[in-house]
Write a protein that binds this ligand. Structure first.
Ligand code: AMP
Length: 124
């Protein structure tokens, strides 16, 4: 069934507490934890606790949860002081979608990237 935990999914297992992670925020429906291989001084992943394979599938099945995920990503950026409103220089949200675009964990997640000079180069 849509949204059900998947036994072979890394992020479902982190949500279940079976695999450790450095959690920075938690809400009823989302979990935010530090990426194990950070690509910027702040690199946090925000995931829905329910399993959807990517951000588009999440938004299709549960738009409110997709909105909650984005709001949590913004709160992470505030907490980490990378948001302009918290005195930072700004941050980037990335949803890799599909293996060809670099997605390696097929449980929807936002990358929150900020800090340092590495984000000054625009991708698009
Ligand atoms: P993506 O490649 O967009 O699917 O993003 C998956 C991310 O998960 C990568 O940036 C990995 O570094 C990160 N990652 C993989 N295993 C873990 C883990 N155990 N804890 C935290 N982050 C992880």
């Amino acid at each position: 069934m849509s949204g059900e935990p998947q036994a072979d999914c890394l992020f479902c297992r982190i949500v279940a507490g079976e695999i450790p992670a450095t959690v920075v925020r938690e809400s009823e429906a989302t979990l935010a934890f530090r990426d194990i291989n950070p690509q910027a001084p702040t690199h946090v992943l925000v995931v829905p606790k329910a399993h959807y394979p990517n951000a588009a599938a999440l938004a299709d099945a549960d738009p409110a949860l997709a909105g909650a995920l984005l709001a949590e990503a913004g709160r992470v950026a505030e907490d980490e002081k990378v948001a302009e409103s918290a005195g930072g220089a700004g941050y980037r949200l990335i949803f890799n979608t599909g293996a060809g675009a670099g997605q390696s964990v097929f449980h929807a997640h936002a990358h929150v990237l900020g800090g340092g000079d590495g984000l000054r180069e625009k991708l698009v």
